[in-house]
Write a protein that binds this ligand. Structure first.
Ligand code: ATP
Ligand code: PRP
Length: 213
């Protein structure tokens, strides 16, 4: 049996994936919030976890550094799906990818708008679909700050409760996509380790269904 490497990011995805993995009988033997280890063993002799940045999960899985991983659909849409199979929606870390800005921003196409975001590809695609000219400003976080200091007219970011937008005087304006976390699998690994991966996916799917009911 192969040692299956599962790429997970610390924080929200790790916390919300944990109960689903537990229902599938897999439990990490260390806590990434307290341990400095980047490879966490599990109670299962053939499964271990690789702790990577959320936005690096697709790269690890695509290049075969991990057999599979859990990643937000936002990150996946931004990265692209080459070499990846997306077999399962875990229905966790749910939010929306949205365009946001000040309530009075003019969206009529009369001026070229500046859009700050860490989702540059998603933003470019969205505005191109609506035939609107924009200038993309790439940021890596704290997007909500950018319009306040005059860096941009709009942002593209994930929104859940809307509290971060509201706290900064911004409003959601357009929805780009509903987001949840997905299991992604390396396309080649799905063939070479089909039995092991399929059995894990079946258990996780059952856990997701149980969560919904
Ligand atoms: P990176 O470290 O690569 O910058 P990140 O800090 O955005 O990533 P997290 O905040 O852990 O990573 O978010 C992981 C995923 O959870 C996101 O890709 C998104 O799909 C989802 N997510 C982000 N913010 C929220 C939120 N407020 N509510 C629910 N889900 C969210
Ligand atoms: C994310 C995102 C927004 C915020 C949206 O940030 O970049 O800023 O969550 O969530 P809200 O609509 O519920 O305010 P981050 O992951 O830093 O926020 P969190 O962990 O505090 O939710």
């Amino acid at each position: 049996m192969t040692m299956l490497n599962i790429a997970l990011s610390k924080g929200r995805i790790f916390k919300e994936t944990l109960p689903l993995l537990a229902k599938a009988g897999i439990e990490p033997q260390d806590n990434p919030d307290t341990s400095r280890k980047l490879i966490l063993p599990s109670n299962h002799p053939n499964v271990q976890f690789l702790i990577v940045r959320a936005s690096d999960v697709p790269t690890y899985v695509q290049l075969g550094g991990a057999h599979l991983g859990v990643v937000g659909k936002d990150v996946l849409m931004e990265h692209g799906g080459d070499g990846l199979v997306e077999p399962l929606d875990l229905n966790i870390a749910r939010c929306r990818l949205m365009v946001a800005g000040y309530p009075d921003v003019k969206l009529d196409g009369s001026q070229r708008l500046r859009v700050a975001t860490k989702f540059a590809n998603c933003a470019r695609r969205h505005f191109a679909q609506h035939a609107r000219q924009v200038e993309i400003i790439k940021l890596y976080g704290s997007m909500e700050l950018a319009p306040i200091v005059g860096l941009c007219d709009l942002i593209v970011d994930v929104v859940d409760s809307g509290a971060t937008l509201a706290a900064n005087g911004l409003v959601p304006l357009e929805m780009i996509a509903q987001i949840s976390s997905r299991v992604v699998v390396n396309r080649a690994a799905l063939k070479t380790n089909n039995q092991q991966i399929s059995s894990l996916l079946t258990s996780l799917e059952a856990a997701v269904t149980q969560n919904k009911n």
